[in-house]
Design a protein around this ligand. Structure first.
Ligand SMILES: NC(=O)c1ccc[n+]([C@@H]2O[C@H](COP(=O)([O-])OP(=O)(O)OC[C@H]3O[C@@H](n4cnc5c(N)ncnc54)[C@H](O)[C@@H]3O)[C@@H](O)[C@H]2O)c1
Length: 391
């Protein structure tokens, strides 16, 4: 755990992303949850009661009066840029959820605003912060396995059939798997392949006419380092790639394989907006049992990183290293929920030590995601121009 004074945090957007970050925020001794902003009254009421904290309808009011040093922006993507500009203008450090924004222009505006205000800008949580990925990065950076030549990442989930807000099913509003899920896979691949992608050739798929948004993609991303990454995602709730991860789910919890098809079945004939509201932070006050702490590290599906002298396979509790002469396993210490991203943001805000996942990094990842969509639309390879190396 990082050292230093308490960072007073205000949350903008008390939805699903916040509930996923909450166990980490509770466990982390350097953060105090002192304020929140959300237009939803139930969410505000629960937050005020749970943390004895101030709550506001708008981020402007929170940044003005909430006594916060930093904000965690967990609103829908389309608000990330506007929320960041308000926070930066008020001198607050910014941790913004992925994807950083919906356009490259918005990302540049956010970076500039934070630079001018001399506040930190970190984009996360993404799975590039996961401890197994971090360890794979360290092994590669040590030089012991040679340069990365090829990376294969795969994730099959029930993404499309989880209850959704309307804009999450609208490709023009940042809906679909490329925007929502691509940032995780692209962040991981960029971290392990040197950061600077050169080009993308991809296909996307939207084959359920009842939910006509891209829920799958397959992309080949080349890198200046000479590496190439193939990234495949499918959210059609058929095969579940957690089967290849020992039935450990994305968040690191053990999953019951007997629940095949539940997500799709639960949605049938239901009022989706009501289902989504019923799962929100405020609506579940007093009803939801606290989830058991995850026993394993989070992951984003099977991943094989081929280097000159070894294949690396990061898993939720270890890394397998398939070297020239032998294969061996490196065990990882037990997980602390979201500690990596919270430590990184704390370090950036309090000590001025930026992680890899800065605003410039988030912009470059968004460029790759936008290129996946463009390549699929236009049927051609897209060159990339806004890439950054791993610092
Ligand atoms: N990193 C992860 O693991 C992860 C997981 C889920 C979501 N996310 C990201 O988090 C973001 C939010 O997604 P979600 O699933 O939590 O959505 P959500 O709909 O569950 O929650 C969004 C919350 O923001 C509030 N809100 C809306 N507009 C606001 C505004 N202008 N100011 C303040 N609050 C506002 C809503 O009332 C709601 O409570 C998305 O960008 C998504 O990609 C990240």
């Amino acid at each position: 755990m990082v050292a230093g004074p308490t960072l007073r945090l205000g949350v903008i957007g008390l939805g699903r992303a916040f509930t996923l970050m909450l166990p980490g925020l509770r466990a982390h001794r350097r953060y105090a949850l002192v304020a929140a902003a959300d237009p939803n009254e139930d969410n505000r009421r629960r937050f005020a009661a749970e943390f004895g904290a101030k709550v506001y309808e708008t981020e402007q009011a929170m940044c003005r009066n909430g006594g916060v040093d930093a904000v965690y922006i967990a609103t829908p993507h389309q608000w990330h840029a506007a929320n960041t500009l308000v926070a930066a203008a008020a001198g607050k450090h910014v941790l913004v959820e992925k994807p950083m924004a919906l356009s490259i222009a918005d990302c540049y505006t956010m970076i500039e605003a934070c630079r001018a205000a001399k506040v930190a800008l970190v984009v996360g949580h993404s799975h590039s912060f996961d401890a197994p990925i971090r360890r794979a990065y360290e092994i590669i950076a040590s030089g012991s396995v040679g340069a990365v030549k090829m990376l294969h990442a795969l994730d099959y989930t029930d993404f499309l059939y989880r209850p959704r807000r309307p804009e999450e099913l609208d490709p023009d509003a940042g809906g679909g798997a490329v925007f929502n899920q691509g940032a995780h896979q692209v962040d991981v691949a960029r971290l392990l392949c040197g950061g600077k992608s050169s080009s993308v050739r991809a296909v996307t798929a939207a084959w359920d006419r009842a939910r006509p948004v891209e829920a799958a993609y397959s992309a080949l991303v080349t890198f200046e380092s000479g590496a190439a990454a193939s990234l495949t995602y499918s959210g059609f709730a058929h095969f579940d790639s957690d089967e290849l991860m020992g039935w450990i789910g994305e968040g690191g919890a053990v999953k019951d394989a007997a629940h095949y098809g539940d997500t799709r079945r639960a949605l049938k004939g239901q009022d989706e907006a009501a289902m989504r509201r019923a799962r929100s932070y405020g609506a579940t006050a007093g009803t939801a049992a606290a989830p058991a702490p995850a026993r394993y590290h989070p992951h984003f599906g099977p991943l094989i990183v081929s280097c000159e002298h070894a294949d690396l396979r990061p898993l939720p509790d270890c890394i397998w290293i398939y070297g020239d002469g032998e294969k061996y396993q490196e065990k990882l210490p037990p997980p602390q929920p979201r500690q990596e991203v919270l430590d990184a943001f704390y370090d950036a805000a309090v000590h001025g030590r930026a992680p890899a996942q800065t605003g410039e990094w988030g912009l470059a990842t968004l460029e790759v995601c936008l290129a996946i969509a463009q390549s699929a639309r236009e049927g051609r390879e897209i060159a990339l121009h806004h890439q950054t190396a791993v610092p």
